[in-house]
Ligand binder design. Structure first.
Ligand SMILES: Cc1cc2nc3c(=O)[nH]c(=O)nc-3n(C[C@H](O)[C@H](O)[C@H](O)COP(=O)(O)OP(=O)(O)OC[C@H]3O[C@@H](n4cnc5c(N)ncnc54)[C@H](O)[C@@H]3O)c2cc1C
Length: 494
């Protein structure tokens, strides 16, 4: 069979890739070796940037109402037990500063991975993605024109021929290994055990505190749906021992506790030295394994990879852009993963067990979620002198950053203007004339100050909602300058 893009792996990154590709009209097939989501969820915290991406594809209403606090998500304390004494709170960005700026039309959402994956999968299917569960990719080979994979479901193995392959096959990524792509980072850190259980403990979830470092027991957190997970040291536990640990962590033994399942996790940190080779691209944990942190970098960064890659593949497959655009995937996403790796260890977030946080600049949560900078040939005017992340108000519409959010009318954000094709934000008909021959949609926006523009300026926004280029004022020849900027950024080559 033939498909335009074959996605290997139906976790959060792969399913998001299928969703974003299908939403952009790409013929996509996904193979996942398991029949469904793992009964033991890992991720639960999805940040507001991911919320924005899901809003764009019409999923905002499908997500449960957020339990996240403003700033970032879930608060964490050290405690004697869940019901016992609470000691100090550990902040993700010290000191925890809450900004009054409204960065996004959406908030982060706390939803367990085994609930989130089916939401993404169903939507991807509804949009036409061919999702084949219980189907394993056995081998693949690429040539100049495409990729041939051998996959197997219930029956005999068969071939799938694709123009491109997205490897979202997890941290062990057999695809990455076959390509010989090496990784850099801390590497193996530790192994943890977990027990997933259900217990009526909602009354202890106050003030947005949802994570508890329990002295002498382990780390206790909630999935927000009656399920809790207790992370323990790596050894074998009998069921009575697990119950005893759970009761110790709760600080009560008079509750109904249902043990659902247990898990064993290898916690490690590394970033692939290349995010692709030829017609194969890595996304999610295959590209970067980031230990779970309150930055929620693992799954969130993987979903953002999928989003970045999807519009580029769609543009190249429709012939709107040249294949050189695909080189900017590595140029844009790998530095973000490396920055997340650095930020995890620069914070006191439980991963610096043997010492103090690493030296190095700390970036605000909102800078990490809404203010990472892309430097690539698909962006004009983002030089090496700029920092890798800043708050949106500091960037003020800088090319290479996510276009700013302001309300254009009640319930409609500037972000809602983007994602479908290229857009020129300005407020002068002269720019509308310049945009027309390029098939770039002109969107008049009153609040040009939020984009760092004068009344005569214009910003060119890419289909992923990032600023590609801007003229802060009216240039001598707007038509020529816009055409040049569009040609360069859409081709991803200078
Ligand atoms: C305890 C824990 C808590 C976490 N909490 C958070 C959090 O709150 N927020 C957050 O952002 N991140 C969190 N993370 C990290 C997050 O879970 C991962 O980053 C994310 O799930 C990775 O998704 P993925 O799709 O890249 O990979 P995976 O989920 O590993 O999916 C890869 C898929 O590929 C499939 N596959 C592999 N090879 C093949 C093949 N040959 N053929 C077919 N299928 C194949 C596998 O079966 C698997 O389903 C947490 C991690 C852990 C361990």
């Amino acid at each position: 069979m033939k498909t335009q893009v074959l996605v290997v792996g139906g976790g959060l990154a792969g399913t998001s890739a299928a969703l974003f590709l299908a939403w952009r009209g790409v013929d996509v097939t996904l193979v996942e070796k398991h029949p469904g989501s793992s009964p033991h969820p890992r991720a639960v915290g999805f940040n507001a940037r991911v919320g924005e991406l899901l809003r764009a594809v019409g999923l905002e209403q499908e997500l449960p109402a957020s339990r996240m606090s403003k700033g970032f998500g879930v608060r964490r304390v050290r405690a004697e037990s869940l019901v016992g004494k609470r000691y100090e709170e550990t902040f993700w960005t010290p000191p925890a500063e809450l900004s009054d700026v409204e960065y996004s039309p959406v908030r982060g959402v706390g939803v367990a991975q085994d609930r989130m994956e089916p939401i993404l999968r169903d939507k991807a299917r509804e949009l036409g993605a061919d999702i084949r569960m219980s189907t394993r990719m056995l081998e693949f080979a690429q040539d100049d024109e495409g990729v041939t994979a051998v996959v197997q479901g219930d029956g005999e193995p068969y071939e799938i021929r694709a123009d491109y392959l997205v490897a979202a096959d997890g941290h062990r990524s057999p695809v990455r290994e076959q390509l010989g792509i090496t990784r850099t980072g801390r590497g193996f850190m530790h192994t943890s055990r977990s027990v997933l259980f259900r217990a009526p403990l909602d009354e202890y979830l106050k003030d947005g505190i949802g994570q508890f470092v329990i002295d002498d027991v382990g780390f206790l957190t909630t999935y927000g749906d009656g399920r809790w997970v207790l992370m323990l040291d790596d050894r074998e536990y009998t069921e009575p021992e697990l119950r005893q640990k759970i009761f110790q962590a709760i600080g009560r033994d008079d509750l109904d506790v249902e043990i659902i399942t247990t898990g064993r996790w290898t916690i490690s940190a590394s970033v692939a030295d290349r995010f692709g080779q030829g017609r194969v691209f890595l996304a999610g944990d295959a590209a970067h394994t980031l230990p779970p942190s309150r930055g929620g970098f693992g799954a969130n960064v993987g979903i953002e990879d999928a989003h970045n890659l999807a519009w580029k593949l769609a543009a190249v497959l429709t012939g709107e852009s040249r294949p050189s655009l695909l080189d900017t995937y590595d140029a844009e996403r790998r530095p973000v993963a490396t920055l997340c790796h650095q930020q995890i260890f620069a914070r006191n977030d439980g991963h610096n067990r043997d010492g103090q946080p690493d030296d190095g600049p700390l970036h605000d949560n909102n800078a990490m979620h809404f203010g990472v900078l892309y430097r690539s040939a698909a962006v004009l005017g983002a030089g090496p002198d700029l920092p890798p992340a800043q708050l949106p108000e500091q960037w003020n519409g800088q090319p290479g950053t996510r276009a700013p959010h302001v309300w254009v009318e009640p319930g409609k954000s500037t972000l809602d203007l983007f994602q479908r094709g290229w857009v020129l934000v300005a407020n002068d008909e002269l720019w509308a004339d310049a945009a027309k021959p390029l098939n770039v949609r002109y969107e008049p926006v009153a609040r040009l100050d939020a984009f760092g523009l004068s009344e005569k300026g214009a910003s060119l926004i890419r289909p992923d909602g990032y600023v590609a280029w801007r003229a802060t004022d009216l240039p001598d020849d707007p038509e020529r300058e816009l055409a040049e900027a569009f040609r360069t950024s859409s081709a991803g080559t200078r």
